[in-house]
Design a protein around this ligand. Structure first.
Ligand SMILES: [Zn+2]
Length: 108
């Protein structure tokens, strides 16, 4: 069995740059790096910063999510790993989704 080829394929897929904000591949021209060292599109990053300005809780959630990512990387227990992944997903969803901060659009 040739496991080195499998290993190489795994490595390669790990390094295909995708934007963690929109999950799409990043071309070299539009590649940017956010403050966590994660690859993002320039425009996605700009949109993220704009959202953060209107919702200060986002930064906290992001930091918690990356903390959990580090934990998940070292987690041997499958149940705990799944729990981490779920929380990470939820946190990132919350940072991506625009939220009303209590004041609905005043137009009536
Ligand atoms: Zn993107």
């Amino acid at each position: 069995m040739d496991s080195s080829a499998q290993e190489a394929a795994k490595m390669a897929s790990h390094f295909i740059p995708t934007c963690w904000l929109c999950d799409k591949a990043i071309s070299l021209e539009s590649c940017s790096v956010d403050e966590y060292g994660k690859g993002v599109h320039e425009e996605c990053y700009a949109a993220k910063l704009a959202r953060r300005n209107t919702n200060p809780g986002i930064r906290e959630k992001e930091e918690r999510a990356w903390e959990l990512c580090a934990l998940a990387n070292n987690e041997q227990d499958r149940q705990k790993l799944l729990a981490h992944m779920q929380e990470i997903r939820q946190l990132l969803e919350e940072t991506k989704r625009p939220k009303y901060s209590g004041s609905p659009p005043a137009d009536s």
